[in-house]
Design a protein. Structure first.
Length: 241
């Protein structure tokens, strides 16, 4: 019988590490992978929160993934992992090799980019890397709550199906880069919204969401507190999570 060493138990408690197992791995879209984690240490997660997964066995290298969906009773949660290209990074290498039965260690959940249940309405804006966060947030909106938004993806086959996705505007940029996307900002400017602000959730490439945040605050006169942002990435920079 394998027993936990006292030292590992102390470290786990100090770092709040959780140990689960990958139970399912499925290709949802050409560049999006679903990984289901299961086990008795699955925690409660607020819609929109993330976990930090240990992606190297021999060192504490962590990568952040938003929880797409969770079932506490059945003790599982799903991650949707965007794999942008062929480059080698710790997170991409881990996601390319993970298989059912593999042990997984993570920290969390954490994060304040979560659904605001009493918002007058919900506005989501981002590109393909934001879909998982929006799936979690929109899945937790109250029945009858208004939903608006724009999601930009490169092609229709990168569009994911999730709750209330058909109420959003979807745009396709083709081979154009997602970074500093003028097309996404233009689509937001063209969006018809109620006269009073709701709560906006902006996620994805950092410079693009900064420009959209400026648009909402400076041009549409939204209060700063009503615009929540989550920069996932930007070219040439790491550690935005």
């Amino acid at each position: 019988m394998i027993t936990e060493s006292p030292r590992r138990g102390i470290v786990d408690r100090l770092l709040m590490l959780r140990h689960v197992t990958a139970t399912e791995v499925e290709r949802l879209r050409p560049r999006i992978l679903r990984v289901r984690l299961g086990g008795p240490e699955i925690p409660e997660v607020r819609p929109g929160q993330h976990i930090r997964v240990k992606v190297r066995k021999d060192s504490m290298v962590l990568r952040t993934y938003t929880v797409a969906s969770i079932n506490i009773r059945e003790q599982w949660l799903d991650l949707w992992i965007y794999q942008p290209g062929d480059e080698s990074t710790p997170g991409l290498d881990w996601s390319r090799t993970i298989a059912p039965g593999d042990p997984v260690t993570f920290m969390g959940p954490s994060g304040r980019f979560v659904v605001q249940p009493d918002a007058p309405y919900h506005l989501v804006i981002g590109e393909e890397t934001a879909q998982v966060a929006f799936a979690a947030i929109l899945g937790a909106t109250k029945p009858g709550a208004g939903v608006h938004g724009v999601i930009e993806v490169s092609t229709p086959d990168e569009r994911l199906d999730f709750t209330r996705a058909d109420e959003l505007t979807w745009t396709y940029r083709g081979d154009a880069p997602a970074a500093e996307s003028a097309g996404l900002l233009e689509a937001v400017r063209a969006l018809t919204l109620p006269p009073a602000p709701g709560v906006a959730y902006l996620a994805g490439e950092a410079k693009t969401i900064a420009a959209i945040r400026t648009h909402l605050i400076a041009e549409r006169r939204w209060p700063r507190r009503s615009v929540l942002t989550k920069p996932f990435w930007t070219p040439g920079r790491k550690g935005l999570d």
